[in-house]
Design a binder for this molecule. Structure first.
Ligand SMILES: *Cc1c(COP(=O)(O)O)cnc(C)c1O
Length: 243
């Protein structure tokens, strides 16, 4: 490995067949979060595990629920609509996060179903969300997605524009913006992106910082993540591509 290559992903590998269950893997991820928090001098209650259940059936979500998991992430409105209304009926404290791109024609459904929208990534979506929140009376918290790598093909607000976008969302549109999220470029060391996002949230007085996935959530916690979005390490590999 050359020094410029990113660190090896730290995806938890099941040690025994018994660990190759949602129950076993969830326990391992929770253990890793607690250990990382302890080593970083952070309270483990300061980090929320968002279990990313996209492409996995409701039965997998049920197994996580049986183990006390209550916060879940999905990346498609349509798929979430098929799985979660019934589960939310049975588990009123279930909190559902949208972590995938949101088209404006899906805003009505998204506001009705999700408790947190992590992918507020453009002015047009901010307008549509404000309008739907006013209409429905439901106000899911919103996180601004920041394109920390300034990748042209990727969604998100450029770092230099986050402050003015936040002001517009809050002051003009009245959106409940509570934090920032990012998805670092796949071919770069994520640490610098995590540091940038954390720093930006602190400067803007935003309490929630969503960053880190199966391969890098421990790094994200060291850099101040309040929410880590972990799919594969809990539910196993996805049966089909998610997006
Ligand atoms: C799928 C997804 C995740 C989870 O990825 P894993 O590598 O399976 O943990 C996290 N964040 C976003 C935005 C995703 O789309």
């Amino acid at each position: 490995m050359t020094p410029t290559q990113p660190a090896k992903p730290n995806i938890v590998t099941p040690a025994t067949p018994a660990d190759a269950t949602v129950t076993g893997r969830l326990a391992m991820v929770r253990g890793a979060i607690a250990a990382t928090c302890a080593a970083a001098g952070r309270d483990s209650g300061a980090v929320t595990l968002v279990a990313v259940s996209k492409t996995h059936p409701a039965e997998a979500v049920e197994e996580a629920l049986a183990n006390g998991q209550r916060v879940f992430g999905e990346n498609r409105v349509q798929e979430a609509k098929g799985k979660f209304p019934e589960l939310k009926g049975r588990f009123p404290d279930l909190e559902l996060h949208l972590i995938g791109p949101l088209q404006t024609n899906k805003v009505k459904d998204a506001v009705a179903l999700f408790d947190v929208i992590q992918t507020l990534d453009r002015p047009k979506l901010a307008e549509a969300l404000a309008e739907e929140m006013a209409k429905s009376g439901r106000r899911p918290r919103c996180l601004i997605e920041v394109n920390t790598g300034e990748e042209p093909q990727k969604a998100g607000i450029a770092p230099a524009e986050v402050e003015s976008f936040l002001a517009d969302c809050r002051d003009r549109l009245g959106l409940p913006v509570t934090g920032l999220m990012c998805i670092p470029p796949v071919d770069e060391e994520p640490a610098m992106h995590f540091a940038l996002l954390s720093d930006m949230a602190r400067r803007l007085g935003l309490a929630e910082v969503s960053m880190g996935m199966s391969g890098d959530y421990e790094t994200a916690i060291r850099f101040g993540a309040t929410h880590v979005r972990v799919g594969t390490a809990i539910f196993g590999s996805r049966p089909y591509p998610a997006a």
